[in-house]
Design a protein around this ligand. Structure first.
Ligand code: ADP
Ligand code: MG
Length: 365
């Protein structure tokens, strides 16, 4: 389920290559993934989309690809998700075919030339052939094959492999062909989901370099921090069902996030100390008043906590928003005792105990 608002009558929206969606909400299988989130992308920047697993990174890309999340009409996009079909098409043709305009012009050129060679003297065919040749020239069609081959080579396909039919390749290699197609057609917004998963080190290094020269917009989901560091100049991090934007690469994001979490922790601790101190003061005063037989509750200084807000004293009009405890950068867990397996031969009870009072720390990302 998705909701987002776009202004189709807004000329700025119609002409924009930037993407500014002020609010969108996505739920999947009854779980809210994004709520009133903003999606702001500037043309020509390279974004890394990060966040813990299951938070909705792939779902967001899929929603864009399926046009459920509506982008400005001038932003053509491509989401590399599936491997190319396994059939008789040579790998290089599978890439070249991605450029439908060029491919169709070439097909038309072949048909017209064959007819003329066979003796057809229809002047319309002659003039159309000239038009087709002009168009092919304008789009630089003759350079396309060299470009497709260069990309395939970078992704690990030698000359012989490039001519092999796609059905001869495994899923992983067909995924590389799919990636090559996307790099070949250069959409305005290219979305890659874990692109390095299918690549060996040489291909990762090549892709890294290739994307550094990318002039259009990239949105990349990857767990490969080195890759994100090298390629991305902005990070979008999923936090509190929103997309928080951090300028710089992955390392800059981690630093900025740590500073932000530290500040949130300080604010939260300050709030907690106000709360605790005020309650302690309230209890002391209550005791003092009881002793002096003055029991008017209305003068007691108390802290009220109520659904995400608090106030000190009885003045509920002065309710302040309660700062949520920031999520820990470290997830800590202490096992009192872990009985992971029970020997079927009924061995010593001591053998069952494999961990005792052991602390585990998990670093997210
Ligand atoms: N088609 C679907 N059916 C059921 N649950 C889905 C579907 N798509 C996504 N989800 C749920 O949405 C959440 C986000 O998934 P996903 O976008 O794949 O996360 P990420 O890519 O960040 O790891 C997960 O909890 C997943 O179980
Ligand atoms: Mg995913």
């Amino acid at each position: 389920m998705l909701s987002n608002s776009s202004n189709e009558n807004d000329p700025q929206w119609q002409n924009s290559l930037d993407i500014n969606i002020p609010s969108f909400t996505i739920s999947a299988a009854g779980k809210v993934l994004f709520k009133d989130a903003q999606f702001n992308i500037s043309h020509g920047r390279r974004y890394g989309l990060v966040g813990p697993n299951g938070k909705g990174k792939s779902t967001l890309l899929k929603m864009i690809a399926s046009k459920d999340l509506i982008l400005p009409p001038r932003v053509d996009f491509l989401y590399v998700e599936q491997e190319v079909e396994a059939d008789n098409t040579p790998a290089v043709d599978a890439v070249l075919r991605a450029d439908k305009i060029r491919w169709n012009l070439l097909e038309e050129e072949k048909t017209l030339s064959a007819a003329i060679d066979a003796g057809d003297e229809d002047p319309k065919k002659f003039s159309r052939l000239q038009e087709v040749l002009d168009e092919l020239n304008t789009i630089g069609a003759s350079a396309a094959e060299a470009k497709a081959r260069r990309i395939l080579f970078g992704l690990g396909f030698d000359g012989e492999m490039q001519t092999k039919p796609t059905k001869m390749f495994s899923g992983g290699w067909r995924m590389r062909i799919s990636l090559a197609r996307a790099l070949f057609i250069e959409p305005t917004l290219l979305m890659l989901d874990e692109p390095t998963n299918h690549l060996d080190l040489d291909a990762v290094i090549w892709l890294d370099n290739y994307l550094l020269g990318w002039k259009k917009t990239l949105l990349i989901v990857s767990h490969d921090q080195d890759f994100l560091n090298s390629v991305c100049d902005e990070i979008l991090h999923i936090e509190d069902l929103k997309l928080a934007s951090y300028r710089g690469n992955y390392d800059s994001f981690k630093k900025a996030e740590a500073t932000k979490l530290k500040q949130q922790q300080k604010d939260w601790e300050k709030q907690e100390s106000v709360y605790v101190n005020s309650n302690v003061r309230a209890i002391l005063r209550q005791r003092q008043r009881r002793r002096s037989k003055r029991t008017s509750v209305s003068r007691v200084h108390v802290v009220l906590r109520n659904k995400g807000s608090y106030c000190i004293g009885q003045d509920t009009a002065a309710m302040k928003e309660l700062i949520k405890r920031p999520r820990d950068t470290l997830f800590k867990s202490t096992f009192q005792m872990l009985r992971a397996f029970a020997p079927s031969d009924g061995g010593e009870p001591g053998c069952l105990q494999i961990l005792r009072e052991t602390s585990c720390h998990f670093q997210p990302h």
